[in-house]
Write a protein that binds this ligand. Structure first.
Ligand code: ADP
Ligand code: MG
Length: 417
Protein backbone atom coordinates (compact mmCIF):
# COMPACT_ATOMS: atom_id res chain seq x y z
CA UNK A 1 0.00 0.00 0.00
CA UNK A 2 1.28 3.51 -0.73
CA UNK A 3 2.28 5.82 2.11
CA UNK A 4 0.51 9.19 2.02
CA UNK A 5 1.46 12.25 4.06
CA UNK A 6 -1.19 14.51 5.53
CA UNK A 7 -0.82 18.03 6.85
CA UNK A 8 -2.92 19.04 9.85
CA UNK A 9 -3.50 22.62 10.96
CA UNK A 10 -5.71 24.55 13.33
CA UNK A 11 -5.83 28.21 14.40
CA UNK A 12 -9.24 28.42 16.00
CA UNK A 13 -10.54 27.07 19.29
CA UNK A 14 -8.63 24.52 21.37
CA UNK A 15 -6.04 23.79 18.69
CA UNK A 16 -4.18 21.02 20.52
CA UNK A 17 -7.39 19.21 21.42
CA UNK A 18 -8.59 19.53 17.83
CA UNK A 19 -5.39 18.12 16.32
CA UNK A 20 -5.36 15.27 18.85
CA UNK A 21 -9.00 14.48 18.11
CA UNK A 22 -8.34 14.62 14.34
CA UNK A 23 -5.51 12.11 14.75
CA UNK A 24 -7.80 9.87 16.78
CA UNK A 25 -10.44 10.14 14.06
CA UNK A 26 -7.89 9.09 11.43
CA UNK A 27 -6.78 6.15 13.58
CA UNK A 28 -10.39 4.97 13.76
CA UNK A 29 -10.90 5.01 9.98
CA UNK A 30 -11.32 1.51 8.52
CA UNK A 31 -8.91 0.78 5.67
CA UNK A 32 -6.50 3.48 6.82
CA UNK A 33 -3.57 3.00 9.14
CA UNK A 34 -1.77 5.87 10.82
CA UNK A 35 1.93 4.98 10.78
CA UNK A 36 3.33 8.04 12.53
CA UNK A 37 2.37 11.50 13.70
CA UNK A 38 4.80 14.39 14.15
CA UNK A 39 4.89 16.68 17.15
CA UNK A 40 2.78 19.82 17.13
CA UNK A 41 4.44 22.99 15.86
CA UNK A 42 3.22 26.45 16.65
CA UNK A 43 3.63 28.67 13.62
CA UNK A 44 2.86 32.24 12.63
CA UNK A 45 0.04 32.51 10.08
CA UNK A 46 1.26 32.77 6.46
CA UNK A 47 -0.74 34.73 3.83
CA UNK A 48 -3.70 35.01 6.20
CA UNK A 49 -6.14 37.84 6.82
CA UNK A 50 -5.03 40.37 9.49
CA UNK A 51 -5.73 39.28 13.03
CA UNK A 52 -5.46 35.54 12.28
CA UNK A 53 -4.23 33.58 15.26
CA UNK A 54 -1.09 31.42 15.34
CA UNK A 55 -1.43 27.93 13.91
CA UNK A 56 -0.71 24.58 15.42
CA UNK A 57 0.56 22.29 12.65
CA UNK A 58 1.46 18.63 12.40
CA UNK A 59 1.94 15.97 9.74
CA UNK A 60 0.92 12.31 9.67
CA UNK A 61 2.07 9.38 7.58
CA UNK A 62 -0.71 6.95 6.70
CA UNK A 63 -1.20 3.78 4.69
CA UNK A 64 -4.53 3.50 2.94
CA UNK A 65 -6.46 1.49 0.39
CA UNK A 66 -8.27 4.65 -0.77
CA UNK A 67 -7.24 6.38 -4.00
CA UNK A 68 -6.08 10.01 -3.66
CA UNK A 69 -9.43 11.61 -4.58
CA UNK A 70 -11.25 9.35 -2.19
CA UNK A 71 -8.74 10.21 0.52
CA UNK A 72 -9.29 13.95 -0.10
CA UNK A 73 -13.05 13.39 0.26
CA UNK A 74 -12.45 11.69 3.59
CA UNK A 75 -10.25 14.58 4.76
CA UNK A 76 -12.90 17.13 3.80
CA UNK A 77 -15.58 15.06 5.52
CA UNK A 78 -13.50 15.06 8.72
CA UNK A 79 -12.88 18.83 8.40
CA UNK A 80 -16.64 19.36 8.27
CA UNK A 81 -17.18 17.09 11.28
CA UNK A 82 -14.76 19.28 13.18
CA UNK A 83 -16.78 22.40 12.44
CA UNK A 84 -14.73 23.75 9.57
CA UNK A 85 -16.62 26.49 7.77
CA UNK A 86 -15.09 27.60 4.47
CA UNK A 87 -15.27 31.36 4.28
CA UNK A 88 -12.53 33.53 2.75
CA UNK A 89 -9.18 32.27 1.50
CA UNK A 90 -6.94 31.16 4.37
CA UNK A 91 -9.53 32.31 6.90
CA UNK A 92 -9.18 30.96 10.43
CA UNK A 93 -10.18 27.32 10.68
CA UNK A 94 -10.78 24.79 13.42
CA UNK A 95 -9.16 22.11 11.28
CA UNK A 96 -7.37 22.00 7.94
CA UNK A 97 -6.41 18.61 6.54
CA UNK A 98 -4.28 18.61 3.40
CA UNK A 99 -3.04 15.75 1.29
CA UNK A 100 0.63 16.60 1.01
CA UNK A 101 2.04 13.55 -0.78
CA UNK A 102 0.64 10.26 -2.01
CA UNK A 103 3.51 7.86 -2.66
CA UNK A 104 5.31 9.23 -5.69
CA UNK A 105 2.08 10.16 -7.48
CA UNK A 106 1.79 13.46 -9.33
CA UNK A 107 -1.82 14.66 -9.70
CA UNK A 108 -3.08 17.88 -11.22
CA UNK A 109 -6.87 18.08 -11.33
CA UNK A 110 -9.18 21.00 -10.52
CA UNK A 111 -9.97 19.73 -7.02
CA UNK A 112 -6.75 17.95 -6.15
CA UNK A 113 -3.12 18.80 -6.66
CA UNK A 114 -0.47 16.39 -5.34
CA UNK A 115 2.16 17.07 -4.14
CA UNK A 116 0.40 19.89 -2.35
CA UNK A 117 1.34 22.98 -4.39
CA UNK A 118 2.77 25.01 -1.50
CA UNK A 119 4.36 22.13 0.41
CA UNK A 120 7.93 22.98 -0.55
CA UNK A 121 7.79 26.61 0.53
CA UNK A 122 6.20 26.14 3.93
CA UNK A 123 8.28 25.41 6.98
CA UNK A 124 5.22 24.49 8.95
CA UNK A 125 4.78 21.57 6.54
CA UNK A 126 8.41 20.70 5.93
CA UNK A 127 9.51 20.60 9.55
CA UNK A 128 6.83 18.09 10.63
CA UNK A 129 7.52 16.04 7.47
CA UNK A 130 11.18 15.99 8.30
CA UNK A 131 10.39 14.67 11.73
CA UNK A 132 8.27 11.86 10.27
CA UNK A 133 11.11 10.47 8.16
CA UNK A 134 12.65 9.07 11.35
CA UNK A 135 9.54 7.14 12.40
CA UNK A 136 8.54 5.91 8.94
CA UNK A 137 12.08 4.73 8.26
CA UNK A 138 12.70 6.49 4.95
CA UNK A 139 13.13 10.01 3.63
CA UNK A 140 10.12 11.95 2.44
CA UNK A 141 10.79 12.80 -1.22
CA UNK A 142 9.03 15.42 -3.35
CA UNK A 143 8.41 13.57 -6.64
CA UNK A 144 8.50 16.65 -8.90
CA UNK A 145 11.37 18.57 -7.33
CA UNK A 146 13.13 15.27 -6.55
CA UNK A 147 14.30 16.60 -3.20
CA UNK A 148 13.91 15.32 0.33
CA UNK A 149 12.14 17.42 2.95
CA UNK A 150 15.58 18.10 4.39
CA UNK A 151 16.92 19.39 1.07
CA UNK A 152 13.80 21.51 0.56
CA UNK A 153 14.34 23.12 3.95
CA UNK A 154 17.98 23.85 3.18
CA UNK A 155 17.24 25.18 -0.30
CA UNK A 156 15.24 28.02 1.09
CA UNK A 157 17.31 29.13 4.05
CA UNK A 158 17.44 32.62 2.55
CA UNK A 159 13.98 33.07 3.99
CA UNK A 160 15.53 33.38 7.39
CA UNK A 161 17.70 36.29 6.38
CA UNK A 162 14.73 38.35 7.56
CA UNK A 163 14.75 37.94 11.36
CA UNK A 164 11.19 39.18 11.61
CA UNK A 165 10.01 35.91 9.98
CA UNK A 166 9.59 33.44 12.84
CA UNK A 167 10.63 29.82 12.35
CA UNK A 168 8.08 27.24 13.46
CA UNK A 169 8.67 26.29 17.04
CA UNK A 170 7.76 23.01 18.64
CA UNK A 171 4.80 23.34 20.92
CA UNK A 172 5.65 21.42 24.04
CA UNK A 173 3.18 22.82 26.45
CA UNK A 174 0.96 19.78 27.04
CA UNK A 175 -1.91 20.81 29.27
CA UNK A 176 -2.44 18.46 32.21
CA UNK A 177 -5.60 16.32 32.25
CA UNK A 178 -8.17 17.32 34.81
CA UNK A 179 -7.34 15.22 37.86
CA UNK A 180 -10.69 13.44 38.01
CA UNK A 181 -9.17 10.48 39.87
CA UNK A 182 -6.67 12.28 42.09
CA UNK A 183 -5.63 10.18 45.07
CA UNK A 184 -7.50 7.09 43.87
CA UNK A 185 -5.76 3.72 43.90
CA UNK A 186 -6.59 1.46 40.99
CA UNK A 187 -5.90 -2.08 39.79
CA UNK A 188 -6.37 -2.79 36.07
CA UNK A 189 -6.06 -6.44 35.13
CA UNK A 190 -4.84 -7.42 31.66
CA UNK A 191 -3.21 -4.03 31.21
CA UNK A 192 -0.09 -4.83 29.20
CA UNK A 193 -1.79 -4.14 25.85
CA UNK A 194 -4.98 -3.09 24.09
CA UNK A 195 -7.87 -1.62 26.04
CA UNK A 196 -6.34 -2.43 29.45
CA UNK A 197 -3.13 -0.48 28.93
CA UNK A 198 -5.10 2.51 27.66
CA UNK A 199 -7.31 2.49 30.74
CA UNK A 200 -4.22 2.30 32.98
CA UNK A 201 -2.62 5.24 31.15
CA UNK A 202 -5.75 7.38 31.31
CA UNK A 203 -6.26 6.62 35.00
CA UNK A 204 -2.67 7.61 35.76
CA UNK A 205 -3.12 10.75 33.62
CA UNK A 206 -6.11 11.67 35.72
CA UNK A 207 -4.13 11.39 38.92
CA UNK A 208 -4.77 7.81 40.05
CA UNK A 209 -2.04 5.50 41.37
CA UNK A 210 -2.33 2.45 39.13
CA UNK A 211 -1.21 -1.14 39.59
CA UNK A 212 -1.05 -2.95 36.26
CA UNK A 213 -1.34 -6.68 35.82
CA UNK A 214 -0.27 -9.15 33.15
CA UNK A 215 0.57 -12.79 32.73
CA UNK A 216 4.29 -12.34 32.19
CA UNK A 217 6.83 -11.15 34.75
CA UNK A 218 7.88 -7.54 34.18
CA UNK A 219 10.92 -6.40 36.14
CA UNK A 220 10.90 -2.86 34.74
CA UNK A 221 8.22 -1.53 37.06
CA UNK A 222 8.02 -4.05 39.91
CA UNK A 223 6.34 -1.52 42.20
CA UNK A 224 3.50 -0.79 39.77
CA UNK A 225 3.04 -4.24 38.22
CA UNK A 226 1.93 -7.66 39.42
CA UNK A 227 2.07 -10.75 37.24
CA UNK A 228 -0.41 -13.56 37.83
CA UNK A 229 -1.82 -16.43 35.79
CA UNK A 230 -5.55 -15.93 36.20
CA UNK A 231 -6.41 -19.44 35.05
CA UNK A 232 -5.24 -20.47 38.55
CA UNK A 233 -7.59 -19.51 41.42
CA UNK A 234 -4.67 -19.45 43.87
CA UNK A 235 -2.96 -16.87 41.66
CA UNK A 236 -6.17 -14.81 41.53
CA UNK A 237 -6.24 -14.66 45.32
CA UNK A 238 -2.55 -13.76 45.48
CA UNK A 239 -3.12 -10.93 42.96
CA UNK A 240 -6.00 -9.61 45.07
CA UNK A 241 -3.92 -9.74 48.27
CA UNK A 242 -0.83 -8.15 46.76
CA UNK A 243 -2.71 -5.39 44.94
CA UNK A 244 -4.77 -4.55 48.03
CA UNK A 245 -1.87 -4.61 50.47
CA UNK A 246 0.60 -2.83 48.25
CA UNK A 247 -1.72 0.13 47.70
CA UNK A 248 -3.14 0.15 51.21
CA UNK A 249 -6.61 -0.62 49.88
CA UNK A 250 -8.01 -0.15 46.37
CA UNK A 251 -10.62 2.39 45.26
CA UNK A 252 -11.02 1.22 41.65
CA UNK A 253 -10.77 -2.29 40.19
CA UNK A 254 -11.05 -2.84 36.45
CA UNK A 255 -11.46 -6.53 35.62
CA UNK A 256 -10.36 -6.33 32.03
CA UNK A 257 -8.18 -9.45 31.64
CA UNK A 258 -9.38 -11.81 28.94
CA UNK A 259 -7.91 -14.89 27.26
CA UNK A 260 -6.64 -14.18 23.76
CA UNK A 261 -8.14 -16.88 21.54
CA UNK A 262 -7.68 -14.94 18.29
CA UNK A 263 -3.92 -14.62 17.82
CA UNK A 264 -0.73 -16.61 18.47
CA UNK A 265 -0.80 -20.28 19.47
CA UNK A 266 -4.46 -20.08 20.42
CA UNK A 267 -5.52 -19.90 16.78
CA UNK A 268 -4.93 -23.65 16.46
CA UNK A 269 -6.68 -24.57 19.72
CA UNK A 270 -9.85 -26.68 19.62
CA UNK A 271 -13.21 -25.12 20.40
CA UNK A 272 -13.17 -26.76 23.83
CA UNK A 273 -9.69 -25.47 24.64
CA UNK A 274 -10.76 -21.94 23.75
CA UNK A 275 -13.92 -22.29 25.81
CA UNK A 276 -11.94 -23.49 28.84
CA UNK A 277 -9.50 -20.58 28.55
CA UNK A 278 -12.27 -17.99 28.18
CA UNK A 279 -14.29 -19.44 31.04
CA UNK A 280 -11.21 -19.52 33.29
CA UNK A 281 -9.88 -16.00 32.62
CA UNK A 282 -12.79 -13.90 31.40
CA UNK A 283 -15.48 -15.35 33.63
CA UNK A 284 -14.15 -17.26 36.64
CA UNK A 285 -11.25 -14.92 37.39
CA UNK A 286 -13.53 -11.89 37.00
CA UNK A 287 -15.99 -13.45 39.45
CA UNK A 288 -13.30 -14.48 41.91
CA UNK A 289 -11.49 -11.11 41.89
CA UNK A 290 -14.77 -9.17 41.87
CA UNK A 291 -16.08 -11.08 44.90
CA UNK A 292 -12.77 -10.94 46.77
CA UNK A 293 -11.93 -7.27 46.22
CA UNK A 294 -15.58 -6.23 46.22
CA UNK A 295 -16.05 -7.64 49.73
CA UNK A 296 -12.99 -5.71 50.97
CA UNK A 297 -14.20 -2.47 49.38
CA UNK A 298 -17.68 -2.91 50.81
CA UNK A 299 -16.23 -3.53 54.28
CA UNK A 300 -14.19 -0.33 53.95
CA UNK A 301 -17.22 1.58 52.75
CA UNK A 302 -16.38 2.63 49.19
CA UNK A 303 -15.18 1.48 45.78
CA UNK A 304 -15.79 1.10 42.06
CA UNK A 305 -15.59 -2.09 40.00
CA UNK A 306 -15.71 -2.29 36.22
CA UNK A 307 -15.99 -5.46 34.18
CA UNK A 308 -15.66 -5.87 30.42
CA UNK A 309 -18.37 -7.55 28.34
CA UNK A 310 -19.09 -7.40 24.61
CA UNK A 311 -21.86 -5.59 22.77
CA UNK A 312 -22.69 -8.48 20.46
CA UNK A 313 -23.25 -10.88 23.36
CA UNK A 314 -26.84 -9.62 23.24
CA UNK A 315 -27.43 -9.96 19.52
CA UNK A 316 -25.24 -12.94 18.71
CA UNK A 317 -22.56 -13.30 16.06
CA UNK A 318 -22.06 -16.18 13.64
CA UNK A 319 -19.16 -18.64 13.97
CA UNK A 320 -17.08 -20.19 16.73
CA UNK A 321 -15.82 -16.88 18.13
CA UNK A 322 -19.35 -15.49 18.20
CA UNK A 323 -20.59 -18.50 20.17
CA UNK A 324 -17.66 -18.44 22.57
CA UNK A 325 -17.61 -14.70 23.30
CA UNK A 326 -21.40 -14.40 23.50
CA UNK A 327 -21.62 -17.16 26.12
CA UNK A 328 -18.68 -15.94 28.20
CA UNK A 329 -19.09 -12.16 27.92
CA UNK A 330 -22.85 -12.48 28.32
CA UNK A 331 -22.20 -14.27 31.59
CA UNK A 332 -19.80 -11.53 32.71
CA UNK A 333 -22.48 -8.90 32.05
CA UNK A 334 -25.11 -10.83 34.00
CA UNK A 335 -22.69 -11.48 36.89
CA UNK A 336 -21.91 -7.75 37.00
CA UNK A 337 -25.55 -6.87 37.70
CA UNK A 338 -25.79 -9.33 40.59
CA UNK A 339 -22.48 -8.16 42.01
CA UNK A 340 -23.76 -4.57 41.85
CA UNK A 341 -26.80 -5.57 43.93
CA UNK A 342 -24.62 -7.50 46.38
CA UNK A 343 -22.16 -4.65 46.94
CA UNK A 344 -24.54 -1.67 46.98
CA UNK A 345 -24.67 0.91 48.39
CA UNK A 346 -20.97 1.13 49.23
CA UNK A 347 -19.51 -0.10 45.94
CA UNK A 348 -20.62 0.76 42.40
CA UNK A 349 -20.26 -1.99 39.79
CA UNK A 350 -20.73 -1.51 36.04
CA UNK A 351 -19.90 -3.32 32.83
CA UNK A 352 -18.28 -1.84 29.71
CA UNK A 353 -19.38 -3.56 26.51
CA UNK A 354 -17.04 -2.61 23.65
CA UNK A 355 -17.94 -3.15 20.01
CA UNK A 356 -15.41 -3.22 17.17
CA UNK A 357 -12.37 -1.74 18.86
CA UNK A 358 -9.14 -1.32 16.92
CA UNK A 359 -6.66 -3.19 19.07
CA UNK A 360 -3.68 -5.10 17.62
CA UNK A 361 -6.00 -7.43 15.72
CA UNK A 362 -7.97 -4.56 14.17
CA UNK A 363 -4.81 -2.85 12.90
CA UNK A 364 -4.05 -5.72 10.58
CA UNK A 365 -7.52 -7.21 10.04
CA UNK A 366 -8.29 -8.05 6.40
CA UNK A 367 -10.03 -5.63 3.99
CA UNK A 368 -13.19 -7.75 4.49
CA UNK A 369 -13.18 -6.92 8.20
CA UNK A 370 -12.48 -3.22 7.51
CA UNK A 371 -15.55 -3.21 5.29
CA UNK A 372 -17.61 -5.03 7.88
CA UNK A 373 -16.75 -2.43 10.52
CA UNK A 374 -17.82 0.33 8.13
CA UNK A 375 -21.06 -1.49 7.34
CA UNK A 376 -22.08 -2.57 10.84
CA UNK A 377 -21.11 0.55 12.78
CA UNK A 378 -23.43 3.53 12.18
CA UNK A 379 -20.62 5.95 12.99
CA UNK A 380 -18.60 4.26 10.23
CA UNK A 381 -15.32 3.95 12.11
CA UNK A 382 -13.49 1.63 14.46
CA UNK A 383 -13.67 2.33 18.16
CA UNK A 384 -10.30 3.03 19.75
CA UNK A 385 -9.02 1.79 23.11
CA UNK A 386 -9.19 5.42 24.31
CA UNK A 387 -12.93 5.50 23.58
CA UNK A 388 -13.39 2.68 26.07
CA UNK A 389 -10.89 4.29 28.47
CA UNK A 390 -12.83 7.57 28.40
CA UNK A 391 -15.93 5.73 29.61
CA UNK A 392 -13.82 3.90 32.21
CA UNK A 393 -12.57 7.25 33.56
CA UNK A 394 -16.06 8.64 33.83
CA UNK A 395 -17.51 5.51 35.45
CA UNK A 396 -14.71 5.48 38.04
CA UNK A 397 -15.07 9.19 38.80
CA UNK A 398 -17.38 10.81 41.34
CA UNK A 399 -19.33 12.25 38.36
CA UNK A 400 -20.85 8.77 37.91
CA UNK A 401 -21.75 8.50 41.61
CA UNK A 402 -25.40 7.60 40.88
CA UNK A 403 -24.58 4.85 38.37
CA UNK A 404 -24.43 1.15 39.23
CA UNK A 405 -25.54 -2.19 37.78
CA UNK A 406 -25.40 -0.87 34.20
CA UNK A 407 -23.89 -2.06 30.95
CA UNK A 408 -22.37 0.66 28.74
CA UNK A 409 -21.93 -0.18 25.08
CA UNK A 410 -19.02 1.68 23.51
CA UNK A 411 -19.67 0.67 19.94
CA UNK A 412 -20.45 3.52 17.54
CA UNK A 413 -24.09 2.44 17.54
CA UNK A 414 -23.49 -1.09 16.23
CA UNK A 415 -25.86 -2.64 18.80
CA UNK A 416 -28.69 -0.56 20.20
CA UNK A 417 -31.73 -0.85 22.41
P1 ADP B 1 -5.62 25.50 2.17
O1 ADP B 1 -5.47 24.11 2.68
O2 ADP B 1 -4.75 25.79 1.01
O3 ADP B 1 -5.51 26.52 3.23
P2 ADP B 1 -8.40 24.78 1.77
O4 ADP B 1 -8.23 23.74 2.80
O5 ADP B 1 -9.54 25.71 1.91
O6 ADP B 1 -7.10 25.67 1.61
O7 ADP B 1 -8.47 24.03 0.36
C1 ADP B 1 -8.91 24.67 -0.80
C2 ADP B 1 -9.08 23.66 -1.93
O8 ADP B 1 -7.86 23.05 -2.22
C3 ADP B 1 -10.03 22.51 -1.66
O9 ADP B 1 -11.26 22.77 -2.25
C4 ADP B 1 -9.35 21.30 -2.34
O10 ADP B 1 -10.20 20.73 -3.33
C5 ADP B 1 -8.14 21.91 -2.98
N1 ADP B 1 -6.98 21.04 -2.97
C6 ADP B 1 -6.20 20.84 -4.04
N2 ADP B 1 -5.19 20.02 -3.75
C7 ADP B 1 -5.31 19.71 -2.44
C8 ADP B 1 -4.55 18.88 -1.58
N3 ADP B 1 -3.46 18.22 -2.00
N4 ADP B 1 -4.96 18.77 -0.29
C9 ADP B 1 -6.07 19.42 0.14
N5 ADP B 1 -6.82 20.21 -0.64
C10 ADP B 1 -6.45 20.37 -1.94
MG1 MG C 1 -6.71 22.49 3.13
Amino acid sequence: MPVAYLGLGSNLGDRRATLAAAVRRLRAEPGLRVLAVSGYYETAPVDCPPGSGDYLNAAAAVETDRDPHDLLKLLQHIERQFGRVRTGVNSPRTLDLDLLLYGDRVIDTPDLVVPHPRLHERDFVLIPLLELAGSVGHEVVHPILDKTANELMGADLTRYADPSLPRPRVYLNRPPSPQLLAGQRALVTGSTSGIGVRIAIEYAGHGATVISHGRRPDFDHPDRYISADLTDPVECDRLADEAWNRSGGLDIVVLNAGADTLTGDAVSWSFDQKLDALLAVDLKATMRLGRNLGARMKARGRGVILTVGWDQAETGMEGDSGQLFAAVKGAVTCFTRSLALSLAPEVRVNCLAPGWIRTAWGETASPGWQERVRRETPLGVWGLPEDVAAAAVWLASPAAGFVTGQTYRINGGAVRG
